[in-house]
Design a protein around this ligand. Structure first.
Ligand SMILES: [Cu+2]
Length: 431
């Protein structure tokens, strides 16, 4: 009913406007004036209104800049974040200058060159110098922006120094898992074919390869079970089910062949690379050390995710089937940042920046930057924990709960806001 009334009002409104225009035309005719003859008074009014609009427009833009800063980013907490910010500032400076210039000309000229009776417009169809100016200047500006951008991109994705700590971030719907390279500072190898419940990161050791072969052959839905079902003369299947089972068997046989190849090629001396890696719980805190170089590797199990750390100005897509990477060095500890921001609740954060599914918003990780002594204490503690735990590597099951929300619901959308206050001293105490 309401919709119908709204519709009727809109239709009546359109008719009314059409009638008004018609009346205006008729009255012009009565006064013996042609339709396109606009009274001078109207022209001047419009010119003035355009100028008024320009000033209101500029004032509102300046107000928003002053009120919110022009990007709302806050201070960059990494070395390359500073250079990214410098680039951003340069871009904004150019954009702002061009914005005021072009809009000033647009509205200023509309005011200045308002139609005046008896003045004929100057015929100005082409000017080579002008064309040159507005082609060459933007080309130079763009080239400068692109060259500077490429320069900082190359710096950020350049080879890491040897002493950079290697960290892998493994993403899947819908969490992040942190794997640190451990004492040898080398990340162990992995292969997607080794993925199973006990080895969610598909890490490669002699044992995990053998486990994968065993489960492919001997599990309840494994090759042997399938074969004995299909070969059992006492069992009858609907043709569709039979076809599905044959297909499944073929897939598993292909898989196990590849696993045997993997086994044949595997060098057991590389097992230790995996064994000393430190794997944290999914969605557990990422601890970093101030002033330390990091080499980040990213993997995805399912779809494209993106690791976004806004305070470090760092972002990289995580792509299934391929390892992506970047490096960075944090420069401000969590404690220092809290003081700078006057916010004792502040935490650095890593979040997924690709819409990757229904619970995309849950994909976040709290990042804590410690100073060197606190980091050393923390690392000494985690690297010694439970050295022979689990199958593949040191795995920590809730051995600490620093930086996690105390509420029962772990990584909901309010996790950041409700994360308990902490400083490096408190973290070391809880460890
Ligand atoms: Cu995601």
């Amino acid at each position: 009913m309401t919709k119908l009334i709204v519709l009727i009002v809109i239709i009546l409104g359109v008719i009314a406007v059409a009638q008004l225009v018609r009346m205006y035309e008729l009255s012009s005719k009565l006064r013996n004036r042609r339709e396109e003859d606009i009274p001078n008074r109207d022209n001047r009014l419009n010119a003035t209104l355009l100028l008024v609009f320009m000033f209101a427009f500029f004032a509102s833009v300046l107000y928003l800049f002053a009120e919110y800063g022009y990007t709302g980013r806050g201070e960059a907490a990494s070395v390359h974040g500073k250079s990214t910010d410098w680039l951003m500032d340069l871009n904004m400076l150019i954009i702002t200058a061009v914005f005021f210039l072009t809009n000033g000309l647009l509205f200023g000229f509309a005011f200045k060159y308002v139609r005046k009776p008896g003045v004929k417009a100057y015929w100005f169809p082409h000017d080579n110098r002008l064309e040159l100016v507005w082609t060459v200047i933007p080309a130079i500006v763009l080239a400068v922006i692109i060259i500077l951008g490429l320069k900082s991109w190359n710096e950020q994705t350049d080879k890491s120094p040897d002493e950079a700590i290697r960290i892998e971030l493994f993403s899947k719907q819908f969490d992040w898992t942190v794997r640190m390279a451990g004492d040898d500072n080398k990340l162990g190898y992995f292969d997607y074919k080794l993925t199973n419940e006990n080895n969610p990161l598909a890490l490669m050791t002699t044992k995990t390869i053998q486990d994968a072969i065993d489960s492919m052959e001997n599990s309840s839905s494994g090759i042997h079970a399938l074969e004995s079902k299909l070969n059992n003369p006492k069992l009858m299947f609907v043709p569709e089910d039979h076809a599905l089972m044959v297909k499944d068997l073929a897939r598993k046989e292909r898989m196990v062949r590849m696993l045997y190849q993997l086994k044949a090629r595997h060098n057991s001396a590389l097992d230790t690379r995996v064994m000393d890696d430190i794997v944290f719980n999914a969605n557990d805190t990422l601890f970093l050390c101030k002033g330390q170089d990091y080499e980040f590797n990213f993997r995805s199990k399912d779809v494209i995710h993106s690791a976004y750390m806004p305070h470090f100005r760092a972002q990289m897509n995580t792509v299934p089937g391929q390892t992506t990477r970047f490096k960075f060095r944090p420069t401000i500890t969590t404690t220092e940042m809290r003081e700078k921001m006057h916010n004792p609740q502040f935490n650095y954060i890593l979040m997924c920046n690709k819409i990757c599914g229904s619970s995309h918003y849950k994909m976040k990780l709290i990042v804590v930057v410690l100073d060197k002594p606190a980091y050393k204490k923390w690392y000494a503690r985690v690297s010694k924990l439970d050295p022979k735990a689990a199958d593949a590597c040191k795995t920590f099951r809730n051995t600490y709960a620093v930086g996690k929300p105390k509420a029962a619901a772990p990584a909901d959308s309010t996790a950041v806001a409700t994360a308990p206050a902490m400083d490096s001293a408190a973290i070391v105490k809880t460890l």
